[in-house]
Write a protein that binds this ligand. Sequence first.
Ligand code: PLP
Length: 389
Amino acid sequence: MAERSIVYLDNNATTRVAPEVAEIMQPLFCDLYGNASSMHSFGGQMARYVNRAREQVAELIGAQPEEIVFTSCGTESDNTAISSALETQPEKRHFITTRVEHPAVLAMGHLLENRGYEVTWLGVDSRGRLDLDELAASIRKDTALVSIMYANNETGTIFPMRDIARIVKEKGAQLHVDAVQAVGKEPIDLGELPIDYLALSGHKLHAPKGIGVLYVRRGTRFRPYLRGGHQERGRRAGTENVPYIVGLGKACELAARFMQEERVQVSALRDKLEKGLLAAIPNAIVNGDVEKRLFNTSSIAFEAVEGEALLLMMDQYGICASSGSACTSGSLEPSHVLRAMGVPFTYAHGSIRFSLSRYSTEAEIDTVLEVFPPIVKKLREISPFTRGR
Ligand code: PLP
């Protein structure tokens, strides 16, 4: 099948597997396929690969290797952290999270409400920022867990994790951080940050889909989510996915090595894209906290166009991005993140998230700058919001 060339600006959805990662995984399928928990030396060899990967992950986030639990994805890590914190503190029936979390956390909040827990949903301001006084005031004696994301997947807004951790610890609650979008982009040192649980996901940092990590701070009481065998020191049952674990280890090593370089290169491309689009298209605003943002993310709201229509028209040119709206029961609804920020209706509908990676090129940005403004113009001409103006 002939491949059409694509302009891939959807790296917060998923990333390309780094060639170095694919290469190191290759022999682990057909040649080095032992079970890392087996007694024989072929299995022992796999266990050593797994241990090396555990060290590589730990190094990237300033953790100890024994604090790293391999899981199947970020969602599993989030679900596990929340249920572990609540199961190990049965006397505490209060859970705090934010309105802008990923569904992996939001859905757990709704489940807990259905099970009779009290849940506090923290709001954000129009730039997607939390009110830390509100956070402090909401923590109670019976608060089992506060779950707050490090960086938002839609807008890239980074929450002030040092302050959040200080507040939560002063009040004596546990803290889980969904760092799926931040790991590999932001320097994280868990030796300094008093976080109890942290989730990350391989496919957001150039490892394959289907591998994640839950960090569990040493000394934190823990209940496994998947029960069965004794893998991962009894913290996550299921035969170790050695090739993917090794791939994730390599991806973490690469992220640690290239993070600073990427910050400079990728943010320059992101800024070129954003400035170019804002200059060419009137009535467009950047969503989120432009000062405290992931260096790869630009979410822009274009007035009086529909995000889905923008995506479809961009798709004709091979451009991949995401919109800030989703089809719910037949009608397009702005995402829960844009709604929580109070982005005006006619803007929220036309929000597009561009997210770059170390593989993004200037040529890709130039293509978008050439193709995108005429698309917006064309759609605005037929938009029900602007017709008759
Ligand atoms: N948390 C955040 C912030 C995410 O962006 C995502 C994925 O988009 C997840 C959790 C879920 O990760 P996974 O796809 O590995 O389950």
